[in-house]
Ligand binder design. Sequence first.
Ligand code: ADP
Ligand code: MG
Length: 439
Amino acid sequence: MTDTESGLWSDVLGQVRLSHPALVRGWFSDLRISRVDGGTLEITSANRAQCRYLQQHCQAALTEAAQAATGRLVSVNIETDAEDSADFDAARSAYGSVDEQLQLNPDCTFDNFVVGPCNRLAHAAALAVTEDPGKAYNPLFVYGPVGLGKTHLLQAINHRIRERNPKTKFHYISCETFINRFMEGVEQGALHQFRYRYRHVDGLVIDDVQFLAERERSQEEFFHTFNALHQSQRQLILSADCSPSDIPSLEERLVSRFKSGLVALMDRPCLETRIAIVMKKAKLRCIEISEPVARLIASRIDSNIRELEGALLAIDALSQVQGGAITLEIAQEAVGGEPLRPVTISTILDIVASRFHLKVSDLQSKKRSKMISHPRQISMFLARQLTPLSLEQIGGYFGGRDHTTVLHGSRAIAQQAEDDPQLAGVLEELTVELKNAPG
Ligand code: ADP
Ligand code: MG
């Protein structure tokens, strides 16, 4: 990059930081402008996950910033010079599609993962698997409540394996996608392709296998996929929001296979680990905070790590509005203040669970009885009304459900409440209770 290009890049970055702080990541400073050509500015990233992140989330922000920085109507082109380009193309032709790989979030690496007593075993096992896939622990099964880093760890394994050897075919896929692909395969009479795709890999990483609950045909297919890979010593890594034996109506033969390797719990992090996570997230997003500020955030929020991130962003936003550094006072105001720290999902889950005499884990489970699914939909409705979270984020708190499920659930409740004054009353009471609940 020439001096002019690097100067231009700092201007563009500065603009993005001002207008879209939540999008910025620490590695942005490693990006470079590879070409400025007429009306196009080309930005090159080091790997495909970063490239994908930029294309999916930052295209508009970067274009806007580049236009502001150059004063011209330029467009922005995002490229990667990842070494595995050729292999990627080969994989694309072998699989027909490698879209699952593209789901990897560039933030979810081992470097960005904080190890504490709550996740030490899972982390060590994940690292061991990357050292010697198919040999150390097979399968590796990690489980724990939502928002505690299971997806992060699974994706970190994939990133590491790809870094080590771009030719290794490690597939990361959510169990929901696996099931959907299987159903498509059945409907289109294309089971052969489906099987080829998932059985000819060096490793298969399947997130949220609790989705197999009560799905007989998918369980059957999963069983054979599992066996095909396991017998030829290829690595399997699975996650779920509960232990194998607690997944509702999971066939015994699958339960025993899931338990046959290493089963590691990921538990709620202690205060020290939460502080370290807040510091790590701040660094990742180029937000400067002191240890006391991190401690304040971590001591207020003690369950779900997604909420720690939300609080950090709220504080950053408030400090930007006030045009200064993040002080303890600003943090206090943001974390304590109503508009920036509205009702949290954990509070919604606690209050709805207690109102309907259920456990929070029931609301997050896949159980479909009306006694549970109705309060679950109510929780989704309240989450949409009272929190700033997106449908996808809300789905994440309900065992990794799809955004359409959340949309459907909350719409159903809104509609029912129109004809059912009793339900409308319950919603109103819950809303008042939630707004007055301590944070
Ligand atoms: P889960 O899959 O268990 O529901 P995720 O992996 O999606 O949870 O984690 C939720 C958020 O918390 C992500 O942004 C993730 O990066 C972060 N996170 C969770 N655990 C850790 C950790 N130990 N270190 C750093 N970030 C973490
Ligand atoms: Mg997850």
